[in-house]
Design a protein around this ligand. Structure first.
Ligand code: NAD
Ligand code: MG
Length: 386
């Protein structure tokens, strides 16, 4: 039996994780849950899963949540940064599912790692911002980070039983998002609801927009670098619109090993939770004869500038990946709130990166958090201006 803490339990990954836990009550027990909004849904999860601790973002939500729970239900409700830290490092949890969206996931994930918890990592932003720090020897004592991102889970699975020295290349597949075939001239008129309509995956809003700009793949390149300790010149992106091959690895003898399956996050989540075992998940099975054809193409770096910016941020290193991520979050939020247009997203990010005075990491997480705040301010100054 594994005790689990879920950071971001009401989100797309959180709900899929709860689905897995529900399927295997003899394998998993939820000890802590966290959410920022939708207290009614969080209350339902608490009533079903009976965790010992719940953390919410705002203090007022702690009161709202308490009133939604039946009298006599034994649970500690905490709030704010301290509350999240408590949930992330909950003494009784064996593994923490890091499924908060965006930079907000960094501190709780770091708290989990520092508390010696294994992490099932969906929050890629943690590795984008602090991958260099977290993977430094000595930072994470005996802690294992299991990828939840489907591409990284595919790479993790494809690498199993092989020597890292024999790896020559990682091939990250990308669906290409909803605008793969749309001419660049039409990007200016893209509406948020069109960008949210992902062709193959059902996800939260932020990652859906990131998938439409291909920033998601950019963030995943950075995530892959730190997870697998491989240089960016050995990480390739391949557009594969069916999202059946979740990623591949190439070895020195020319062999390429891939992991395939229907696009369903439950496979990656369950593998992260039960590694090295596999669990018998009930889900629709892949039928290649029915799919018929798998297609591949090179990514278009001129059309999807975010992909190029991510490679640049990674090459520059230091605080630049944090700047890229923060500017992206501001630009995406502005786009969702109709304060900027789709085509301005990479422009805002690029201008922020140009304006930011990059520095090498000094080993302190506060330096990364300060860079995150400053780049948000810089990015916000470009909203509506470009
Ligand atoms: P989501 O928006 O559906 O859910 C986010 C969760 O985090 C919710 O529970 C929300 O209440 C909580 N949250 C939001 N803002 C917060 C804040 N400021 N502080 C604390 N909690 C906050 O997001 P998602 O699609 O589930 O994605 C979560 C993470 O997983 C992201 O980093 C994303 O890139 C990654 N991921 C998601 C998918 C997917 O299929 N959805 C796939 C791969 C990776
Ligand atoms: Mg992914």
């Amino acid at each position: 039996m594994k005790n689990i803490s879920i950071l971001g339990s009401t989100g797309s990954i959180g709900v899929n994780a709860v689905n897995i836990i529900r399927m295997f009550p003899e394998e998993f027990k939820v000890k802590a849950l966290t959410a920022k909004s939708n207290m009614r849904f969080l209350a339902e999860q608490i009533i079903e899963l009976e965790p010992k601790l719940a953390a919410v973002y705002e203090e007022k939500d702690a009161d709202i949540l308490a009133k939604l729970l039946p009298a006599g239900l034994k649970i500690e409700i905490v709030s704010g940064k301290k509350g999240y830290k408590k949930a992330a490092s909950y003494f009784n949890a064996d593994i923490v599912i890091s499924a908060i969206v965006g930079a907000a996931g960094l501190l709780p994930t770091v708290a989990a790692i520092k508390a010696g918890k294994n992490v099932a990592l969906a929050n890629k932003e943690t590795l984008v911002m602090a991958g260099e720090l977290i993977t430094k020897p000595g930072f994470a004592k005996r802690v294992k980070i299991f990828p939840v991102d489907s591409e990284h889970s595919a790479i993790f699975q494809s690498l199993a039983g092989h020597k890292k020295e024999e790896l020559t290349k990682i091939i990250l597949t990308a669906s290409g998002g909803p605008f793969r075939e749309l001419p660049k001239e039409k990007f200016g008129s893209i509406k948020p609801n069109e960008a949210l309509n992902h062709p193959t995956w059902s996800m939260g809003k932020k990652i859906s927009i990131d998938s439409a700009t291909l920033m998601n793949k950019g963030l995943e390149i950075i995530e892959a670098k730190w997870l697998f300790g491989i240089n960016e010149d050995k990480i390739e992106v391949l557009i594969h619109s069916q999202s059946i091959i979740h990623s591949m690895v190439e070895f020195i003898d020319g062999s390429v090993i891939a992991q395939l399956g229907n696009p369903d996050m439950k496979t990656a989540i369950s593998y992260a939770l039960s590694y090295p075992r596999r669990l018998p998940i009930k889900q629709r099975r892949m039928n290649l004869a029915k799919i018929g054809r798998l297609s591949f193409e090179e990514p278009d770096f001129d059309k999807f500038l975010c992909l190029r910016l991510a490679y640049e941020a990674l090459k520059e290193g230091g605080l630049m990946p944090t700047v890229l991520n923060a500017a992206n979050e501001i630009a995406v939020e502005a786009f969702l709130n109709k304060k900027t247009d789709f085509i301005s997203i990479p422009k805002i990010i690029e201008k922020t990166m140009l304006k930011y005075n990059n520095k090498a990491l000094n080993g302190d997480i506060d330096q990364i958090l300060e860079a995150d705040i400053l780049s948000r301010e810089i990015a916000a100054s470009f909203i509506g201006v470009i």
